[in-house]
Design a protein around this ligand. Structure first.
Ligand code: GLA
Length: 396
């Protein structure tokens, strides 16, 4: 059985406070923890008015911060200790070096755009346990953490949906990825022991209880880095827009599979396949959410398998390593304790998500690791997670 405890959270919190004190010579005033997410199903459809079903996981960006009485932010990241950033808070932020600070600059710019400008100066230490480029939305977590620090600084709580959009804007404008809203919504709205069902058209959020001790969520990082800012993500997004305009519809929610099939000859094969992924994935995600809401976890397996095939063959965002990892899980099979497995997140590398029976979870992880290593020569990073709460701010 896998032990889940809060030791890692507490240890990270202690570490970030200590590092802040060592670096800035005083105690921090706030501690913010923003989790990363894994998406169970509903991939590449958040920007298509679809549904997504993520949960926040026990990997966090934490920021310790304190006001510094100046008009600038002094930012240090333990991931890039040699690249501290000084950002003026009285002139419009611009993307630049160091690159890691762009997500935070983008958040500052979002506040500026909303009229909160200039911002009061502060010192901040950023610490993360989220693997980078693993498809677990480390960028959304840093944006959400930074926005929450600024809220603390200003003594305000902005509407959480506006906060998510502000963070999404930072990603679009300062990181060059035209992402949807899933990652920022998950990091903000997630609840412990729940999945977060997001209707990306109405932006309604529903928490679905998910505290079944008989299953574990396993994340397998292929250690093949994904890079969504290289154009492959925006290219997919554009293809879905082309398909929708050919279909003459305002929203993907108005498109049935029959209508799409009927319009097949009006679009290229690639655009048709992108569209087929969108329409089928919206349907699968609704079905999965309904099954999980009724506690029927075992019914989700086939939907996850179909989702992976669709992402691999129609949307073409998987890669050899992701396919090998997913195949490794399915080869273990139901008998061995695997209920479902698929790639998760943006793709082109990154991670897979697997639902496994709790009593077999450890053996499943070992076997996935063994098979993956045998075929790729790469040592994967595999861990189990529970659904945790969204972002929290603590006044210390
Ligand atoms: C990235 C984006 C999300 C979403 C996923 C794919 O994580 O940030 O908005 O589009 O890819 O589902």
């Amino acid at each position: 059985m896998i032990e889940h405890n809060h030791k890692a959270y507490t240890a990270q919190k202690k570490a970030v406070i200590k590092e802040f004190e060592e670096h800035f010579g005083l105690a921090p005033f706030w501690l913010v923890a923003a989790p990363s997410r894994v998406n169970l199903i509903g991939e590449h459809i958040d920007y298509c008015d679809g549904f997504v079903l993520p949960l926040a996981i026990n990997r966090y960006v934490m920021i310790a911060a304190a006001p510094n009485g100046t008009s600038q932010a002094n930012l240090l990241s333990t991931l890039f200790p040699d690249e501290p950033a000084t950002v003026p808070l009285d002139e419009p932020p611009e993307a630049g070096e160091p690159y890691w600070a762009n997500y935070i600059r983008g958040v500052f710019d979002g506040f500026r755009e909303k009229g909160f400008w200039p911002l009061p100066g502060f010192d901040a230490l950023v610490h993360s346990t989220i693997p980078l480029g693993a498809g677990l939305s480390s960028s959304a977590a840093i944006e959400v953490a930074a926005a929450t620090v600024v809220e603390g600084l200003l003594g305000i709580d902005i509407n959480p949906k506006n906060k998510a959009r502000l963070c999404q804007r930072a990603e679009h404008k300062f990181a060059g990825v035209p992402c949807g809203i899933m990652d920022q919504f998950a990091s903000i709205f997630a609840e412990k022991d729940h999945l977060t069902l997001i209707d990306c058209r109405s932006e309604e959020v529903q928490s679905i209880p998910f505290a079944d001790d008989s299953v574990e969520i396993i994340i397998a990082d292929t250690q093949v880095q994904h890079e969504l800012s290289d154009g492959s993500y925006s290219n997919r997004r554009k293809q879905t827009e082309i398909a929708l305009s050919i279909l003459g519809k305002k929203s993907w929610r108005e498109v049935s599979m029959e209508e799409l099939e009927a319009a097949k000859n009006e679009m290229s094969d690639v655009v048709f396949r992108r569209a087929r992924h969108v329409v089928s994935e919206i349907d699968r995600t609704q079905k999965a959410a309904m099954a999980l809401a009724r506690g029927k976890t075992h019914e989700v397996g086939e939907l996850m398998a179909a989702s992976h095939r669709s992402l691999r063959d129609d949307f073409e965002v998987s890669c050899r390593e992701l396919d090998i990892m997913v195949d490794a899980a399915w080869a273990i099979g139901q008998e061995g304790g695997v209920l479902g497995s698929r790639m998760t997140g943006g793709g082109f590398g990154g991670s897979t998500v697997t639902i496994a029976r709790a009593d077999k979870a450890e053996a499943v992880m070992d076997e996935m690791s063994r098979r993956y290593k045998e075929e790729t020569g790469i040592e994967p990073h595999i861990f189990a997670t529970r659904a945790v709460d969204g972002v929290r701010l603590e006044e210390l």
